[in-house]
Design a protein around this ligand. Structure first.
Ligand SMILES: Nc1ncnc2c1ncn2[C@@H]1O[C@H](COP(=O)(O)OP(=O)(O)OP(=O)(O)O)[C@@H](O)[C@H]1O
Length: 269
């Protein structure tokens, strides 16, 4: 990672996170560049969500450094450049209307005591239209299907006009048709907004043709970083040796073994 490098959107150096006294993320080093669509893969409990939360500054690091858009996370202020799509809807939001939920995406751009401006309202309506939820804008989130709720959360993230989308398991818990339509939506959005994406997935699934690079966590350690990762069914597979030249891995992670061995992950629940 070059400090201040504008093409590095997320720079992780030796990032470690401890929760409840246990090491959850261990020495992760990776740079994510502008325009990449990066899948963060790994078995249940391997630390994927915790690493995302560390990127967003929601959990403290025990060690290491994080840069966002070339700035140290500690001094980074442009949080509106990052749209976060959590895995679950906060239950407190279920009684809010879709429009209200999406409008909360504008909060990082509001000044204290400032009323909603026309620009805010337009951004909300635009985001609703982009995810095809304009007709549901007045409905409570509780009355939406799982796929529509995902779309509402994506619209909330888009409302801030982000350069980076951070998504936590957007495909989990929805049927395959909904997964396909979310993939098609993401295809349109990444092209329209020139987004960089970091997305936690259990497998590539319908996102396979979008993913340009995969990071695989095992017990909190990064054991694979590169393109050419296959995921078959719920079992991620490393590329065959001839697909994984040592210099390719070391270009991202000096310490990653050239041909890492990876235990079979747990079955998806
Ligand atoms: N606040 C906490 N205190 C202690 N342990 C925690 C805490 N939060 C998470 N953990 C543990 O950290 C480990 C990694 O959790 P994390 O949610 O990051 O994994 P994950 O790879 O996203 O898993 P999943 O695919 O199941 O969502 C798990 O064993 C979890 O129980």
């Amino acid at each position: 990672m070059m400090t201040g490098d504008p093409t590095t959107i997320i720079g992780l150096r030796d990032v470690s996170v401890t929760l409840g006294g246990l090491p959850i993320v261990r020495g992760v080093t990776a740079d994510i560049g502008r325009g990449e669509f990066v899948a963060l893969l790994g078995a249940n409990g391997s630390g994927k969500t915790t690493l995302l939360r560390a990127v967003l500054g929601l959990v403290p690091r025990r060690r290491g450094s994080i840069e966002l858009f070339g700035e140290r996370q500690e001094s980074f202020r442009d949080w509106h450049r990052i749209g976060y799509v959590p895995q679950h809807v906060d239950p407190g939001l279920l009684s809010a209307t879709v429009r209200e939920v999406v409008a909360t995406g504008r909060l990082p751009l509001r000044r204290p005591f400032q009323l909603t401006r026309r620009r805010d309202r337009q951004a909300v309506e635009r985001a609703l239209a982009e995810v095809d939820l304009s007709a549901k804008a007045g409905s409570q989130l509780a009355h939406l299907s799982g796929g529509q709720r995902r779309r509402a959360l994506i619209a909330r993230a888009l409302a801030t006009d982000p350069d980076l989308l951070v998504m936590d398991e957007p495909l989990a818990g929805v049927d395959i048709a909904t997964q396909e339509s979310l993939a098609s939506l993401m295809r349109t959005l990444t092209a329209a907004h020139q987004l960089t994406v970091l997305v936690v997935l259990h497998e590539h699934g319908p996102f396979a043709d979008l993913v340009s690079r995969s990071l695989l966590l095992q017990d909190g350690r990064l054991v694979f970083d590169g393109a050419g990762f296959e995921s078959a069914g719920s079992t991620p597979r490393l590329p065959h040796e001839h697909h994984l030249p040592p210099e390719h891995v070391s270009s991202h992670n000096d310490w990653v073994p050239a041909y890492p061995s990876v235990a079979e992950p747990d079955q998806e629940d």
